[in-house]
Write a protein that binds this ligand. Structure first.
Ligand code: BLA
Length: 511
C-alpha cells in the first residue's frame, strides 16, 4: 500500500456524476411515462431533431414524434420490464422526411429513458463481415496464454477497427490504482507504459458505472451541454438518474484532465474478471472522434470476449499455482503423519518444504508454550512478542499481512525479515499459531504524475483542478513484502484444517 493521499475516498469519489441533469450533444434524451406514453422530460436540443420546442413536447403523447408501429414495439418493451439497455432502432418523420434513429431504451419504475442518436451514413460492414472479423480475433487470443500478449493483441485490434491515436490498457491493483500494461500511441501522445495512475483518476463512483455500462464515450470534450427540461423529473421528484446513459454529460474535472492529456475524444471500455472491474481499455484521439453505435456495439462485444479470455488465463494460472501448492502441502502432511510431530515435521525438514510452500524466508510455530522455527525469523524475544501480539488479534481464520510494520510498530525493526506475515491459527485458546514470514521487498512505483498533487484546490477552497503533468514521478515503497496470493491463502486454510483434524486425532501432542 502506498502512503499517498487518498483522494478517491476523500473527495473525487463523492462527486455526483450521475445527476448532471444534462447531456452531450451527439444525441438527444427523452423520457416517457410508462402508462400513457406521455413525454415528461427531455434534453433541450430535442427541438433540433423534432422541430418542436421542448416546452411544447412536455405533456404531449409520444405519438407526436414516433410512428404507430414503433410505439407498439415501445409498449411491448416497457411491458416486458427488462432492465438492461435495449437497442431500439426506429424512424421519425420530420417535415415529412423519415429520419433513421438509433435508440437505447432504459426501462425504469414508471418511466422509460430513450437515448436517441441519428444514424449517419451507410453501414460499412455487413453483420457477417463483422462476425468473421471478431471471430478470427477471438480465435487468435484463444491461442495466447500470456496476459501481456493478450492485452497487446486486444488494443491492436481495437485500434485497427477504430483508428484511435492512442490506446492503453490499464489494470487496477487492490487499491484501485491503475497501471498501464499495454500501449499503442502515435501523433505526439505521451507514452505511459509501466506507469501507475492513482485511484482518484477514475474515482469509485465512476468505476462503479462500468458494472452497469460497458463503456464511457466522449466524442468531443468541447461539446455543447444540453440541459434537461424540466429540471426536476416529475416521477422521481429529483434530478433524473443518468447512471446508465451514454449521453450523460461529463464531470468538468475529467474534461480538464483530458485537455491536460492533450486529447479531444476518449472512450474507455471495461475489462471484467469474476464480476469485478479488472481494467480499462482507454482510447484517445487528439481531435474529435465520433463512433457510430454499431462500432460501439462491436467494442462492447470485444470487451466481453477480452474479459472472458483474461479471466480464463487468470483462472488457469491460479489452478496451476494451486496444484503446485497442493503437491507441496501433501509432502508436509505426510511428514507430520510420518514423524508424529507437528512442529518437528515443519521445522526439522531439511528440504524446507514449508518455506517453499509459502514462498517464505522463515517460519515459526508455537505449540504449548514452545516456539520452534526454520529459516530467517525475528530474534526469540521479538518472536515471543509477535506471538503475543498475534494472540491479541484473536484471529480464527487465515490472516495475511504484507506490511506488518504498519499495524505492529515493533516489526519495523525487523522489516528485512518479516514485513509479510501469514498467520495460520492452530489453537487460538492456547495462543498456538504457525507464522510464515516474508522480508521487505523495496520497490519503485512509476506514477503518471505526482499522486499527491492529483487534485489542486484554488485558494477559495472550492474550485479544483486535476494535475497538469503526467510526467513520471518515482516513489520508493518500503516496509512491504510480496503480497500473499489467493492460492497461498487458500492452501494455508486447507493446511489449517488438516492440522485441526490431526490435533483432534492426536491430542497427546498438544497438551
Ligand atoms: C473519468 N478518468 C475517467 C475515465 C478515465 C479516466 C479513463 C473514464 C472516462 C473516459 O473514458 O475518458 C482516467 N484515462 C484515465 C487514466 C488514463 C486514461 C488514469 O487514459 C491512463 C492512461 N479525475 C481526476 C481527479 C478527479 C477525477 C483529481 O484526475 C476527481 C476530483 C475524476 N475521472 C473523474 C471523474 C470521472 C473520471 C469524476 C468520470 C467522468 C464522467 O463519467 O462523467
Amino acid at each position: 500500500m502506498s502512503n499517498n493521499k487518498n483522494y478517491d475516498a476523500e473527495f473525487c469519489g463523492s462527486l455526483a456524476i450521475h445527476q448532471t441533469n444534462s447531456v452531450q450533444d451527439y444525441g438527444f434524451l427523452l423520457v416517457v411515462e410508462n402508462e400513457k406514453l406521455e413525454i415528461i422530460q427531455g434534453s433541450e436540443n430535442l427541438s433540433t431533431l423534432t422541430g418542436i420546442p421542448i416546452r411544447e413536447l412536455i405533456g404531449a403523447p409520444a405519438t407526436s414524434i414516433f410512428q404507430p408501429e414503433d410505439l407498439t414495439r415501445l409498449k411491448a418493451e416497457i411491458a416486458k420490464g427488462n432492465r438492461i439497455r435495449i437497442p431500439f432502432p426506429c424512424t421519425i418523420m420530420v417535415d415529412q422526411q423519415p429520419k433513421a434513429l438509433y435508440v437505447l431504451l432504459h426501462v425504469k419504475d414508471g418511466q422509460t429513458i430513450l437515448e436517441i442518436e441519428q444514424v449517419y451514413g451507410r453501414v460499412e460492414r455487413s453483420f457477417t463481415e463483422v462476425f468473421q472479423e471478431v471471430r478470427s480475433f477471438i480465435s487468435s487470443i484463444d491461442e495466447i496464454n500470456d496476459l501481456d500478449a493478450i492485452c497487446k493483441a486486444s488494443i491492436q485490434e481495437i485500434r485497427r477497427l477504430a483508428g484511435f491515436d492512442g490506446i492503453r490498457m490499464y489494470r487496477f491493483d487492490r487499491e484501485w490504482n491503475g497501471m498501464v500494461i499495454a500501449e499503442e500511441v502515435s501523433n505526439g501522445l505521451e507514452h505511459y507504459l509501466g506507469q501507475t495512475f492513482p485511484a482518484s483518476d477514475v474515482p469509485k463512483q465512476a468505476r462503479a458505472l462500468y458494472i452497469r455500462s460497458p463503456y464511457r464515450f466522449i466524442p468531443n470534450r468541447e461539446y455543447h451541454t444540453h440541459k434537461l427540461f424540466p429540471v426536476i423529473n416529475p416521477i422521481s421528484n429529483t434530478f433524473l438518474d443518468l447512471s446508465d446513459c451514454n449521453l450523460r454529460s461529463i464531470a468538468a474535472v475529467h474534461l480538464e484532465y483530458m485537455a491536460n492529456m492533450n486529447v479531444m475524444a476518449s472512450m474507455s471500455i471495461r475489462v471484467m474478471v469474476n464480476g469485478k472491474l479488472w481494467g480499462l481499455i482507454s482510447c484517445h484521439h487528439i481531435t474529435a472522434k465520433y463512433l457510430n453505435a454499431e462500432l460501439r456495439s462491436i467494442f462492447e462485444w470485444l470487451s466481453m470476449e477480452i474479459s472472458h479470455r483474461i479471466s480464463a488465463v487468470i483462472k488457469q494460472q491460479q489452478l496451476s499455482q494451486l496444484a503446485e501448492l497442493a503437491r507441496e502441502q501433501a509432502i508436509i502432511r505426510e511428514q507430520i503423519i510420518g514423524k508424529g510431530s507437528l512442529d518437528g515435521a515443519i521445522t526439522a525438514d531439511e528440504n524446507k518444504t514449508i518455506l517453499s510452500l509459502f514462498n517464505s524466508a522463515g517460519c515459526a510455530i508455537k505449540l504449548g508454550g514452545k516456539i520452534s522455527s526454520i529459516g530467517h525469523v525475528p530474534e526469540m524475544h521479538d518472536l515471543e512478542n509477535l506471538f503475543l501480539w498475534t494472540s491479541g488479534k484473536t484471529v480464527t481464520g487465515i490472516m495475511a499481512i504484507e506490511d506488518l510494520g504498519n499495524s505492529y510498530e515493533e516489526a519495523k525493526d525487523y522489516a528485512g525479515i518479516a514485513s509479510g506475515l501469514l498467520i495460520i491459527p492452530i489453537d487460538v485458546e492456547k495462543a498456538d499459531y504457525l507464522l510464515c514470514f516474508r522480508p521487505e521487498l523495496i520497490r519503485d512505483i512509476k506514477w503518471g504524475g505526482d499522486p499527491n498533487k492529483a487534485i489542486n484546490f484554488e485558494p477559495d477552497g472550492k474550485r479544483y483542478h486535476p494535475r497538469h503533468s503526467f510526467k513520471m514521478w518515482l516513489e520508493t515503497v518500503r516496509g512491504q513484502a510480496l503480497p500473499w496470493s489467493e492460492a497461498e491463502i487458500a492452501i494455508a486454510g486447507s493446511l489449517k484444517d488438516f492440522i485441526t483434524d490431526y490435533r483432534l486425532a492426536n491430542p497427546y501432542q498438544f497438551q
